[in-house]
Design a protein around this ligand. Structure first.
Ligand SMILES: C[S@@+](CC[C@H](N)C(=O)[O-])C[C@H]1O[C@@H](n2cnc3c(N)ncnc32)[C@H](O)[C@@H]1O
Length: 359
């Protein structure tokens, strides 16, 4: 086998006139790769589909992928049909878009929006490789707060709009994106890492009162005050994901919490800063105000949210606009993922889906 690979390398070097560098297969201890850099099979799902399936069966999200949530519930909420036009406001890995497209072609069309330029380019390439050209699938690198700009494609409005809020698994799991306290990196938390202020930079300039406030407003953090004070006293240590998590954990342990009990606060503090860095609530409020103008009569909107700050806004907007007669109906109680989905994909656990219909 080795001799065969060496021969292939030699032949390739002859064809290109360049010496081909032999790279060793990544080796890891144990039966499963643990570090992101070892997960070369998951990062090449087209080449290793069986290995990717095995990771999914273990209830994990393969590295470099995002598993779409509440797919059948979204089909039901949006009542997709052939010929419809719509917008996926949060394209991500294209999990939802890739499932919507077969239901609306040949005469339908979909616009996929994302602020994350790096992932957007990869997703567009992937979706094009399934055979969808520019006549049925268009991408836009933009914030969904500017959704009205999409009316240039369909001035009469769209049949459906979907938003799956928050962060993708690729953003969370790719160490250099600086989103997770599980991977050492510079603390970043920007959805679009090509511009704007990082969370590390924000911590160098924010005042104690503003930090405490945002921990309460964005994540209902019960230890906002001691954490806000400690983070600013040790802001240099908070420049990295792991250092930031340690400061939070050590502060809470001085309040009598066990290390395991500190995890929810670490997650909430990361979430609070992410919301601030990306201006997420302002973008969502603008999106919610713009949706009615972007939908045709009878057009449908579905929004998946993952924490109370998001869900409160979606609920208030859908209810208020239904009372004003702008929506003809909206869901009363949010739709939740099935027991099976939560078991298969624990990242779906907190999801809430709400929908409304344009009057
Ligand atoms: C949960 S993921 C979406 C996953 C996608 N539905 C799928 O199945 O692959 C959320 C995505 O929305 C993007 N996003 C978040 N806020 C955004 C905003 N205000 N404007 C545009 N994209 C946004 C993120 O960059 C991320 O890629």
């Amino acid at each position: 086998m080795l001799a065969k690979q060496r021969k292939a390398g030699f032949l390739l070097s002859c064809m290109t006139d360049k010496p081909v560098k032999h790279t060793r297969r990544v080796r890891y201890a144990g039966t499963h790769p643990r570090k992101f850099s070892e997960k070369y099979k998951e990062l090449n799902p087209e080449k290793y589909p069986d290995d990717v399936e095995k990771v999914k069966k273990r209830g994990q999200t393969p590295a470099g992928m995002h598993l779409p949530i509440c797919v059948s519930e979204i089909y039901e909420a949006l009542k997709l049909k052939q010929g419809m036009s719509g917008i996926d406001c949060t394209l991500g890995y294209g999990g939802h878009s890739g499932r919507i497209l077969p239901r609306i072609i040949p005469s339908g069309m979909l616009i996929g929006i994302d602020v994350d330029s790096a992932e957007l380019a990869k997703t567009e390439k992937r979706i094009r490789s399934y055979g969808y050209d520019e006549s049925v699938f268009v991408t836009r690198h933009m914030n969904f707060s500017q959704i009205k700009e999409c009316l240039d494609v369909r001035p009469e409005g769209f049949d459906f709009i979907l938003a799956d809020l928050g962060v993708s698994s690729m953003q969370l799991d790719t160490p250099r994106r600086g989103f997770s306290f599980k991977n050492p990196a510079q603390l970043d938390l920007r959805l679009d890492n090509s511009s704007g202020e990082t969370a590390a930079e924000l911590l160098l300039r924010i005042t104690e009162d503003s930090l405490i406030n945002l921990l309460i407003e964005n994540a209902d953090e019960p230890y906002a005050e001691p954490l806000g004070k400690a983070i600013l006293l040790r802001k240099k240590e908070c420049q990295t994901t792991v250092g930031f998590a340690s400061v939070i954990s050590e502060t809470l342990q001085t309040k009598g919490l066990e290390p395991e009990e500190c995890k929810p606060s670490i997650q909430r503090v990361f979430q609070a800063l992410r919301i601030e860095v990306n201006n997420e609530f302002e973008a969502l409020d603008r999106l919610l105000r713009s949706i009615p103008e972007c939908l045709k009569r009878g057009g449908r909107v579905a929004i998946l949210s993952f924490h109370s700050g998001e869900d409160r806004r979606v609920k208030k907007s859908f209810k208020g606009l239904t009372e004003q007669g702008i929506y003809s109906e909206c869901v009363r109680r949010p739709v939740r993922p099935s027991f099976q989905e939560k078991y298969d994909n624990p990242r779906s656990s907190s999801a809430k889906l709400r929908w409304a219909v344009r009057a």
